[in-house]
Design a protein around this ligand. Structure first.
Ligand code: FE
Ligand code: FE
Ligand code: ZN
Length: 277
């Protein structure tokens, strides 16, 4: 099975530069922040750059790429100003993604900060109802979260509750982060099939659109969210390879968000390719 494996890259030199950099390290997909991860204005889109990237990606057999919303985007904040920033950023990012149609936009469902998970779910689905549009060509991904602090999206049930409240839910998918679900209490080391069956029962396996492949510095159910290099944490290389090779992820982008420089990523991609079935 052909695998689409890549890592997180810096977007500062544009799309074609990211595509070439990905190729150089053996990747055929990648992830990038749509703007500074801590927020702020995005560089204007250069239509010549996005067009050359689309050609490059097709010629080099790339899979879908994953745009990641900035960490500061919190759709369910109690603060109206922060929710406004989330709306403005989300809207602008989805408009920009139309220059690279057919790809994925991943975001963290948010932190409810003392309002309760139910209120958080309500506010996040409200935002999705305002930003998704009928003729968009991007699939928006809710990332599975570790449940650190007051994060929502820490269980499959919470993700399902958000999706259920969204009118254009056909535009929505889920990105499974191995470190986050493990820290969230899903035992992908000893019961991968059971976890994915549960995902299927609660959310539906067809919603699974991308994989963040990270080891975890912490233990099952720790609700911590600290990524480790592949094999450098409590999930381990074999279990991570089993997730990557599970048929549920066939044809889906596998993205490393491990603490690495480019050379480290290159080595991890080679390792994963050697373990790919
Ligand atoms: Fe993330
Ligand atoms: Fe992630
Ligand atoms: Zn994380």
């Amino acid at each position: 099975m052909l695998k689409y494996i890549g890592c997180h890259l810096s977007s500062s030199n544009g799309f074609l530069a990211m595509g070439k950099q990905a190729s150089e390290i053996g990747a055929n997909t990648f992830q990038f922040f749509t703007r500074n991860p801590r927020g702020g204005a995005a560089k204007p889109i250069d239509p010549a750059d996005t067009a050359s990237f689309m050609d490059f990606a097709a010629e080099n057999g790339f899979g879908q790429i994953v745009a990641h919303a900035p960490y500061t985007l919190n759709p369910c904040s109690a603060d109206e100003k922060i929710r406004r920033f989330a709306f403005d950023t989300f809207t602008d990012d989805l408009r920009r993604m139309e220059y690279v149609p057919g790809n994925l936009y991943n975001f963290h469902p948010g932190s409810h900060v003392k309002q309760g998970a139910e209120k958080g779910i309500e506010l996040t689905s409200e935002l999705l109802n305002r930003v998704l549009f009928e003729d968009m060509h991007t699939t928006v991904l809710l990332e599975t979260m570790a449940g650190k602090g007051s994060e929502i999206g820490r269980s499959f049930e919470e993700l399902r509750a958000i999706i259920d409240r969204v009118e254009l839910s056909g535009k929505l998918g889920v990105c499974l982060d191995t470190c986050h679900v493990f820290d969230g209490g899903y035992d992908i080391v000893n019961s991968l099939d059971r976890v994915l069956d549960e995902f299927d029962r609660i959310i539906g396996i067809s919603r699974l659109k991308a994989l963040h492949l990270n080891d975890s510095l912490n233990t099952l159910g720790s609700h911590k969210d600290r990524h480790a290099v592949i094999g450098g944490g409590s999930i381990g290389t074999q279990a991570l390879a089993a997730v990557m090779n599970h048929p549920a992820f066939d044809g889906k982008p596998v993205i490393l968000e491990t603490p690495n420089d480019l050379d480290g990523y290159k080595k991890e991609i080679a390792l994963l390719r050697s373990l790919a079935k």
